[in-house]
Design a protein around this ligand. Structure first.
Ligand code: CA
Length: 290
């Protein structure tokens, strides 16, 4: 398996990929540039929409368009007009925090967590936004909220708080959206870099992007063991998502942020969008029902 550079984007902090199966496009963001990207693999075209500072995640909406997170809230965004409109605010009084990774669960709820911008204090949290309901805080004591995923049987949620270097598992109820019984599924303390974004495949295995680790690894969350890894031509691998008609293409975002100019000269493809042809089918991106 060889990662292919599909877009030489040179993004500062490429992140948050999601696949829109209706349109056959990949959404992703550049957090520091405030951009939502719409990548169309059939045309090899990428379009950008100015969404706002710290846009950190983007998901398709069932009713059309997308939903995003900006620093202090969930928004809907019309990709033609580009004007975000607030769905629910969080942490407006916490200037040191911002929203980070977000994703929808199989029932169409939009989950997203916040982070301490300096990545030091555990005063961030994980939130969930559901159609016709107020935003709900579901987890506290978080430092850098990151990857999210659900098992194929929809009974387990996976979650990454990056500095813990662990992937947590929770019992998850698709009906209520409640999570409980947190435990460690994968301990990544012996692995290069830090766990960032993730994607789950049809066999229930977890693909994890290594921030600062030059790789993506497929883990078995039942045993906690690494099954295989693929080396990347960029050190800051931020997130991944299955796309393509058959969901057998793993798209990977990367970043230039946090790399010195000297080091950056040695990884000219940093910040690019990559794609890996894989043998296993991924789970689909779920859309926001709100
Ligand atoms: Ca991330």
């Amino acid at each position: 398996m060889n990662p292919k550079l599909v877009l030489e984007a040179k993004s500062e902090l490429g992140e948050g990929p999601s696949w829109d199966s209706r349109k056959g496009v990949l959404y992703w963001v550049d957090i520091f540039r405030g951009l939502v990207h719409v990548y169309d693999p059939d045309k090899s075209e990428d379009r950008v929409v100015q969404a706002g500072h710290y846009v950190s995640s983007v998901v398709p909406r069932k009713s059309g368009g997308v939903a995003i997170t900006l620093q202090h809230g969930f928004y809907r965004l019309n990709l033609e007009e580009g004007k975000p409109s607030l769905l629910a605010g969080v942490e407006e009084n916490l200037a040191r925090n911002r929203f980070n990774d977000g994703k929808c669960d199989p029932a169409g709820r939009f989950w997203a967590g916040t982070m301490d911008i300096e990545e030091k204090s555990p005063f961030a949290a994980l939130y969930v936004l559901e159609k016709r309901k107020a935003v709900r805080k579901v987890l506290e004591g978080v430092t850098v909220s990151n990857g999210l995923g659900w098992s194929p049987d929809k009974r387990t949620m996976y979650y990454i708080d990056t500095p813990t270097r662990r992937i947590s598992a929770f019992d998850y109820s698709e009906r209520t959206g409640d999570i409980e019984n947190r435990r460690t599924a994968i301990d990544m303390s012996g692995q290069p870099g830090y766990p960032d974004g993730m994607a789950v495949d049809e066999e229930g295995m977890i693909w994890v992007a290594h921030w600062g680790g030059w790789r993506v690894t497929r883990f078995n969350p039942q045993t906690g063991k690494a099954l295989e890894h693929v080396e990347m031509p960029a050190s800051q691998v931020t997130s991944c998502c299955f796309g393509g008609e058959e969901l057998k293409q793993l798209y990977l975002t990367t970043a230039r942020a946090g790399i010195s100019p000297d080091a950056l000269a040695k990884e000219p493809q940093a910040g690019g969008l990559f794609m890996l042809e894989v043998d296993v089918k991924g789970l689909p991106t779920f859309s926001f029902s709100g």
